[in-house]
Design a protein around this ligand. Structure first.
Ligand SMILES: *Cc1c(COP(=O)(O)O)cnc(C)c1O
Length: 239
């Protein structure tokens, strides 16, 4: 086994233990939570090793890095999630490889994603990214729709050809009333998810929790956790 493979295997085993313990503590089945490994800044060779180690879901946040990486891994059966802020001029490229876009946060983006998905004959999964620190009518600093605008955005996705409304995503906010209160933030996301499911029962994905707070997310009820550094190591600083 190469050093890198051994390191990734050990890290993955540790993360798997953390998820399993969090599920056990919450009285949830391990199969209720899906691990998505965030491979941003790391090479396609790591993605390949992760697939061999059993990973099925990967995520990326920048199209410039993700597009060539996904192309290099086309032979692997992986589900690709796009989790970064998305400009409409990148949409055509992203729809070429992403199975799920987790960062849908405005109607203009829905329109662009729908057109690109239809052109490619694809069925694209969409999660609405919720900014728990955004005021009514605003978007969050890191993207995301304000909680009171979820209903309108969900309706837009539901009505858009080529798109499937899968659920909600959040990143624990660094500012506002939920700063430093991950569990409260994820509980709030679950409340918003229940409300959404009232109108859209199939939109039952809840993507929350990263390397530092995946236990809080699992305890709150997340169905998907997005883990980068705990599996791949500390990222080089982006230039
Ligand atoms: C980078 C990233 C993650 C993973 O964060 P880690 O702290 O490295 O686990 C999760 N979600 C999003 C949206 C990200 O950009």
């Amino acid at each position: 086994m190469t050093d890198r493979r051994a390191q990734l295997a050990a890290n993955l085993a540790e993360v798997e233990d953390r998820i399993a313990s969090a599920c056990a503590s919450a009285g949830r089945g391990r199969d209720e939570v899906t691990l998505i490994v965030v491979t941003k800044t790391y090479p396609a060779s790591d993605v390949r090793i992760l697939r061999e180690l059993g990973v099925r879901h990967v995520a990326e946040n920048r199209d410039q890095d993700a597009a060539p990486k996904a192309a290099a891994c086309e032979d692997l059966s992986l589900t690709w999630h796009f989790v970064g802020q998305l400009q409409t001029n990148k949409v055509r490229s992203v729809v070429g490889y992403a199975d799920v876009v987790q960062s849908v946060d405005r109607v203009k983006l829905v329109t662009a994603l729908s057109a690109a998905a239809v052109r490619r004959g694809r069925d694209l999964g969409c999660l609405l990214q919720v900014a728990l620190d955004a005021e009514s009518g605003e978007r969050g600093g890191r993207g995301g729709v304000a909680p009171d605008a979820i209903g309108e955005l969900a309706a837009a996705v539901e009505d858009a050809p080529g798109l499937r409304l899968d659920g909600l995503m959040t990143v624990a906010p660094l500012a506002g009333p939920y700063a430093g209160r991950q569990r409260a933030a994820f509980d709030r996301l679950m409340e918003l998810s229940s409300r959404l499911r009232g109108d859209h029962p199939a939109a039952n994905m809840v993507s929350a929790g990263m390397s530092g707070d995946l236990e809080d997310a699992v305890a709150a009820g997340a169905t998907h956790v997005r883990v980068g550094t705990a599996v791949l190591g500390d990222r080089p600083r982006l230039g």
